[in-house]
Design a protein around this ligand. Structure first.
Ligand SMILES: [Ca+2]
Length: 410
């Protein structure tokens, strides 16, 4: 009794597998490993960015070089999410007004070689925003199942502004999931239905063939409708006086001929097909390839979180990474981090923009004042003289033209 009560108590305690908020200066460099798979990976720097809610707390990893691949990862005590909820959460801020680049994380099994992490390294889950032009603005949720990556079938739209946003993925042990942005649900459902992870339950019966006499034509030509005889008209070439034998074309002896006025091809009218059986539906059978899996969500080893992405215009800041088995805890942490920062961050950006606008206005005013006060210099005077000369010439030409047109009139 006591023992099981203790277990119940222990299992109610949330597990915190990984938490990274970059609040201890440069120490993050001891926790995050940059891959050396390529020699030209872009550099992550620790910064709160151009505008923020808190200059210390809002420090995160920012991509600092344009048109680069980025590849860094952090390790934690490996775990399996079997029988438990798995929550992955982090914040993304595209303060550079991103045109094209990834903003997602990858969750790897513990056997990942971090020093050699690259785009083809086997991962469990890829989750987060991906933007490329106006056409791609989505939240990826890719699940690896038995060695194959499967993209979500639904279109989950991501945020594309310059502010910090909180992205949360929840996988439940009943094979359901939820995607949240800024602590609001934006998508949810079942792993089996929203991904093509398992083969379909039903397939078309390969034995079933449409019968030859199955009539799928809704309308057919009316067999009763007959092509009308062309009307006869009197022959304009008829020559009554011409007599046998025939020195003329035979048609000249006919008083009436078929009219040639009937143009276009004749088609019989259409009627409802009396033999119409409706569209033939291919019968389905249980798919022999299908086998149910109540643990699609399950990963036996989760041990590394990585940022493995490409960015055209750099400047994205990643922060507040959290991996836990407790969705409520994640929501609370989200409110304490992103929730606290979002409003002051916006305020700072708006005030920066206001200052920038005022500065530009002042500069514009300054330029106008300067132009007004400037004395005319020699160069300008020369230009004016040239202009006057030109006007005189043009005037003369116009006079000549006028004379010409008068001449024409006369
Ligand atoms: Ca931080």
């Amino acid at each position: 009794m006591l023992f099981s009560a203790l277990i119940a108590l222990a299992s109610a305690e949330p597990s915190l597998y990984f938490k990274e908020q970059f609040e201890d200066g440069d120490s993050w460099t001891t926790r995050w490993v940059e891959s050396s798979h390529r020699s030209d990976y872009g550099e992550f720097v620790l910064t709160p960015g151009k505008f923020y809610g808190d200059p210390e707390k809002d420090k995160g990893l920012q991509t600092s070089q344009d048109a680069r691949f980025y590849s860094s990862s952090a390790r934690f005590e490996p775990f399996s999410n079997q029988g438990k909820t798995l929550v992955i959460q982090f914040t993304v801020k595209h303060e550079q007004n991103i045109d094209c680049g990834g903003g997602y994380i990858k969750l790897f099994p513990a056997d990942l070689d971090q020093a050699d992490m690259h785009g083809d390294s086997k991962y469990n889950i890829m989750f987060g925003p991906d933007i490329c032009g106006p056409g791609t603005k989505k939240v990826h949720v890719i699940i690896n199942y038995k060695g194959k990556n499967h993209l979500i079938n639904k279109d989950v739209r991501c945020k594309d502004d310059e502010y910090t946003h909180l992205y949360t993925l929840i996988l439940n042990p009943d094979n359901t999931y939820e995607v949240k942005i800024d602590n609001k649900k934006v998508e949810s459902g079942s792993l089996e239905e929203d991904w093509d992870i398992l083969p379909p339950k039903k397939v078309k019966d390969p034995e079933a063939v449409k019968p030859d006499d199955w009539d799928e034509r809704e309308r057919v030509e009316d067999p009763e409708d007959k092509k009308p005889e062309p009307p006869m008209v009197s022959n304009p070439d008829y020559k009554a006086s011409v007599s046998w034998p025939y020195t003329h074309d035979r048609t000249t002896f006919c008083f009436l001929i078929e009219t040639s006025s009937m143009t276009g091809e004749w088609k019989p009218r259409k009627i409802d097909n009396p033999d119409y059986k409706g569209k033939w539906v291919h019968p389905e059978i249980d798919n022999p390839e299908y086998s149910a899996d109540s643990e699609i969500y399950r990963f036996d080893s989760i041990g590394v979180i990585g940022l493995d992405l490409w960015q055209v215009k750099s400047g994205t800041i990643f922060d507040n990474f959290l991996i836990t088995d407790d969705a409520t805890l994640a929501e609370e942490v989200g409110n304490e981090t992103w929730g606290q920062t979002k409003d002051p961050e916006k305020k700072m950006k708006v005030s920066q923009e206001e200052q920038e606008r005022k500065k530009l206005e002042a500069e514009e005013m300054g330029r106008k004042e300067q132009t007004k006060d400037e004395p005319e210099d020699e160069e300008e005077e020369e230009k004016e003289e040239e202009l006057e000369d030109l006007e005189e010439e043009t005037g003369a030409e116009e006079e000549e033209e006028e004379t010409d047109s008068i001449k024409d009139e006369l």
